[in-house]
Design a protein. Sequence first.
Length: 79
Amino acid sequence: MFGLSELAIILIVVAAVLAIKKLPELTRSAGKSARILKSEARAARDADEPGTPRVIQGETVRREDHPDTGTGSQDASRG
């Protein structure tokens, strides 16, 4: 008859054989998770550094052309 230790060894071998089929999928998933975690950590670190200027592509607006800004005399006449 089988003892408890032999039964445990058989169960471990069966679990290992079944896990081998899923191993490539598990490693691929772990790799994707690691890349996502690394990119999120890098983004959080970059957001925490206030001295680093952020470049945002856009359109340059001159002060004279912008309706909300102007000279001080125009602002004084409004209020």
